[in-house]
Structure formats: structure tokens, C-alpha cells
Design a binder for this molecule. Sequence first.
Ligand SMILES: *Cc1c(COP(=O)(O)O)cnc(C)c1O
Length: 241
Amino acid sequence: MVVACDDLYGGTYHLFGSELKSFGIDMTFVSFSGLVEMARKNNVISMIDNTFATPYLIQPYVQGVNVVIHSATKYIAGHSDVTAGIVAGDQDMVQRAKEKMANLGCNLGPFDAWLAGSRMERQVKNAAALAQFMKSQQAIKKVYYPESASTKGNGAIVTVELDEKANIEAFFRHLSWVKLVATLAGVETSASYPLGTSHRNMPDELIKQHGLTKHVVRISVGIEDIEDIQDAFSAALNQSM
Ligand SMILES: *Cc1c(COP(=O)(O)O)cnc(C)c1O
């Protein structure tokens, strides 16, 4: 039996919803707050996806989560050249995951392992500045950026909702050097459209509940000069109105 939060990465949501059921595992989705505490009180193994924060910002294992997974394709590698994942946590659990992976053949090649490296500090700083900048933009209705997630900052993903009057296609067309991509967390700043990519498999009801309108854009902030990033977005926002 797996209990998962309903605000998951779209791909994970889909995996849980379809594949787990085919293994005969029961699945329930609930709201996020307090899930780890509930698990601990009831002696249930807890697992968290720490892809967005990385161990640089938050270390959930130290805070009592049993198993921590990361898509290393994102910040941990981040040069858009490797597909990899990490499982960290209780020794016996990690050992079991390792054996399963070797048996099922989804282990990492040596070259991919060599490519992985990290550069969070600068991206986090840029993201905080961009989130602040976006709040002052007329074409922006809402900025989603966490507060006090960790002592080192709040991650490098800034999500914005454009004004209803804004033309979203025009916004994307005028992003100049910022690429519209299906993924996130490379070294370059990029934009993605959650409704068309990461969250396309979520049920309409959940999409609505999480405020994922057709004006929502997710920005993965890179290591460029912050002025260049701000200029690119303000130009595109101006063109959208
Ligand atoms: C991208 C992503 C994944 C999937 O990772 P891949 O390495 O692309 O398979 C899982 N969780 C989160 C939060 C992600 O952003």
C-alpha cells in the first residue's frame, strides 16, 4: 500500500496511478502537509523526491525521511547531457534498490556517472532575484516561489502566472535566447509549459485544484548574468500584452 501526496511530479503521478496498480499495489493520494510525520508516528517507511532542492539546500534524510530520491538529470548533473537518478537513505533500503536495479538493468553507465556535477549556489541566487523582479511586472498575475525552504535559499524554479489578458503564445515566441523545453534544471535558463509537458497526465480536477491555468509558465533559472535573464523575460512579457 502506497500513500502519496497529490501534488507530485507529473511523471511520478502517472507511474503511481498506472504501473503500481499493475503490480497489485494499492495507491492513495492525499494532500502533502504532515505526511512524513504521520508515517513516522505509524512506523511506515517514508520517501521523498528531493530533485528541486538537491542536498545542497535540504537533506530530508537528516530530518527523518527514510528514503530520498533525486532525478540527477536535473541540478545534480544539469548540463543537459545525462539521464540519471539517485536513491539515498537507510542502508538496507539503498542496498535493496541497488540489487533491484542491477537485476532489472536500469543502472547507470560509467560515462554518465562521470558527467554528473553540481552548481546550485548561483542558480538559487539568480532565482530569488528573478522572483522578486517578476512581482513588479505588470503582465504577471502571480509568482510562485518558496519562502524559507532552507538557510541557503529557496531553489531555482520560479513559476509565474501571466495576466489573463496576456497572449501566452506571443510570450513564448519572444523569449529570445531562453529556450522553451520539456525539462528543467540545466545550467541555462529555460522555460516550460507544465500543462503541455510535466503535468499533462494529471486529471483535470487536480490541475484546477493546484492553480495550473493555461497562463502558468515554469522558469528554470540558470547561471547567466541576472540582468540578461531579467531583460529576456521583461521583453517577452511586454510583447505578450
Ligand atoms: C524530471 C523529474 C523526475 C524524473 O527524472 P528523469 O531523470 O527525467 O527520469 C522526477 N522527479 C522530479 C521532481 C523531476 O523534476
